[in-house]
Ligand binder design. Structure first.
Ligand SMILES: Cc1cc2nc3c(=O)[nH]c(=O)nc-3n(C[C@H](O)[C@H](O)[C@H](O)COP(=O)(O)OP(=O)(O)OC[C@H]3O[C@@H](n4cnc5c(N)ncnc54)[C@H](O)[C@@H]3O)c2cc1C
Length: 349
């Protein structure tokens, strides 16, 4: 017998989990297909939400709107699933050079919202602070492994463990059919796999490889995130996520010794206390040349949609844009023009 749902979601990473979660909140029917053996950026990400970015320490895109929405969404998810997911964790900026210290001091006095001075001695027993340190407020750490697990449990009734192949997708009048499911809409939340999807492969994806080490650092306080050239992010008890690389031109998707050695050298230079490397992670970010998400419906096939291209900012962008996509389809609320996938109509038609 055929199962009828309104939405068929492909992928249960950050994006697919949020989409399913919001649909469930609204009692809208859906099925979510995920292959746990396929690579997922969410599984290796550090889970940091940081409202500022780059060498000039400027605010990230739309952060004033996106940050409060993301925080409220994770808090709601946390309450609903009874699982600790979001932790406020200020970033301690360990200035890696005089230039970066100058940049911080400049921003403190110009359009500053999130930067704070800190006690110069507070972190001196843990780190070499040749150029001093500062702090970024309103940063959060999302426990993404717990988020995915709690999401899978929350969506258990709707979850199908399977590898989706577009060759088995049938477009019908006002909908799609796949295996024994018929749906009004199919939404691709399959991360970098959308790059081989016949409907969306022409979008300007620019996948970006990131490696990180999991390091045991006994005694380092775990209520902050530390950042110089590396980010040192609380992971589990006494364990920290240390990374990462940003590689646009990579030859292999595997972890490399070169990254490991470089990271160990950087850690040796900044950290004053002993540590042990316990794991080495690698993932591919579904990034793109414009650094804006791909959200919305296909210009030629209204039954096919996408929510993707979250790049380095999936934690903050995913709740906001999955919610916006539902509002768009259900209530005809316009999508943000910079995120609307129809800006690439000329490429994907
Ligand atoms: C090293 C690294 C560090 C990062 N750090 C941060 C950070 O600190 N903060 C931040 O905001 N972002 C960070 N990111 C980016 C973040 O991970 C991504 O933006 C986000 O995870 C993308 O989520 P997604 O759901 O689009 O993709 P994914 O997490 O890749 O999810 C795609 C899902 O689709 C499934 N799937 C794919 N193809 C199929 C198929 N054919 N059939 C069935 N299922 C399929 C996969 O199994 C997976 O579950 C980082 C990324 C990396 C690699």
């Amino acid at each position: 017998m055929q199962k009828k749902v309104k939405y068929l979601i492909i992928g249960q990473g950050l994006v697919g989990t949020w989409l399913g979660y919001f649909l469930k909140q609204r009692n809208i029917s859906f099925a979510i297909v995920n292959d746990s053996n396929t690579a997922s950026a969410t599984k290796v990400a550090s889970g940091v939400i940081n409202p500022v970015t780059g060498r000039r320490i400027v605010q990230t895109w739309m952060i004033d709107e996106i940050l409060p929405f993301a925080v409220a969404s994770y808090e709601g998810f946390q309450e609903k699933t009874n699982t600790k997911i979001i932790t406020a964790a200020p970033v301690v900026l360990i200035h890696p050079s005089q230039q970066m210290k100058d940049s911080f001091d400049y921003r403190m006095n110009h359009d500053n919202v999130y930067l704070k001075k800190n006690n110069p001695l507070a972190w001196a027993s843990f780190f070499n602070l040749h150029f001093g340190s500062g702090e970024i407020d309103a940063c959060y750490w999302i426990d993404l492994i717990s988020f995915l697990e709690a999401g899978k449990n929350q969506l258990a009734e709707n979850y199908i463990e399977s590898n989706f192949n577009c060759n088995n997708l049938k477009l019908i009048d006002k909908g799609v059919e796949w295996n024994n499911i018929s749906a009004e809409k199919i939404i691709f939340c399959d991360g970098i796999n959308s790059m081989i999807n016949p409907y969306f492969k022409k979008l300007p994806f620019a996948p970006n490889k990131g490696e990180a080490l999991i390091v045991e650092i006994k005694g380092l306080p775990s209520k902050h995130i530390y950042k110089n050239n590396l980010a040192i992010v609380p992971w589990k008890e006494n364990l920290f996520w240390v990374g990462s690389s940003f590689e646009w031109d990579y030859i292999s998707k595997m972890p490399t010794d070169a990254f490991k050695q470089k990271t160990i050298e950087s850690l040796n230079a900044v950290l004053k206390i002993p540590y042990t490397v316990v794991d080495h992670l690698v993932g591919i970010r579904p990034a793109n040349t414009e650094r804006r998400p791909f959200v919305g419906l296909h210009p030629s096939y209204a039954q096919i949609g996408i929510c993707n291209g979250m790049g380095t900012k999936g934690c903050s962008l995913a709740p906001y844009f999955t919610h916006q996509l539902i509002e768009h389809i259900e209530n005809k609320v316009p999508l943000n023009a910079e995120a609307n996938v129809q800006r690439f109509k000329h490429l994907i038609n």
